[in-house]
Ligand binder design. Structure first.
Ligand SMILES: *[C@@H]1O[C@H](CO)[C@@H](O)[C@H](O)[C@H]1NC(C)=O
Ligand SMILES: *[C@@H]1O[C@H](CO)[C@@H](O)[C@H](O)[C@H]1NC(C)=O
Length: 164
């Protein structure tokens, strides 16, 4: 007979691997940070929804906030208003937008690795494999990605990034 605990552990691993999808309400409660304007309804393009965000993305954000202690406003989540193809998208629950402030600027410049300048702005890699793009236009914001598969090796990330 298979060990019950072992099976439970295996199910647990599967869950973290795939990143459970959270409801808007659960994500907001977990985060305990400000959203500029929010609405669970993903069809409301004008407000931030966290409906079906990955729990891994929220866990990373909580950790990121704890390590930098900066003011934090989430200005974009899973609402149907974002471009992006492939897996690592807003739609897929892997990304949030954050409001830029001096504290976050300083923290990212001092603690993340600079990847390169892209067409949209400079891109950075954290030690844990998060990727933050400083989108300098329309309006300026940080596009923060907790990828489905993290790569922490800077030269490998550079090779895969489209730089200017
Ligand atoms: C992001 O871009 C703005 C505008 O160019 C700049 O002031 C800020 O220092 C940049 N922050 C980072 C982390 O690159
Ligand atoms: C990062 O990747 C490069 C190229 O694949 C490799 O040569 C290098 O040893 C790796 N660095 C680390 C710290 O793993």
């Amino acid at each position: 007979m298979m060990d019950h605990k072992f099976v439970l552990f295996f199910v647990f691993l599967l869950t973290i691997g795939q990143g459970e999808l959270l409801s808007h309400h659960d994500a907001v409660n977990k985060l305990r940070i400000k959203l500029n304007c929010y609405d669970a309804n993903r069809n409301n393009k004008r407000c931030t929804s966290l409906q079906d965000i990955r729990s891994d993305t929220i866990d990373w954000l909580i950790n990121f906030k704890r390590t930098n202690n900066c003011k934090f406003v989430v200005t974009g989540g899973t609402e149907h208003a974002h471009r992006g193809k492939g897996i690592n998208t807003h739609e897929g629950g892997y990304k949030v937008d954050l409001r830029i402030n001096d504290c976050l600027n300083r923290y990212i410049i001092n603690n993340f690795h600079f990847i390169c300048n892209t067409n949209l702005g400079p891109k950075y890699l954290s030690g844990s494999g998060a990727i933050v793009l400083n989108e300098t236009k329309y309006p300026a914001h940080f596009d923060a990605l907790w990828p489905a598969k993290r790569v922490t090796n800077l030269s490998q990330v550079r090779r895969r990034t489209i730089c200017k």
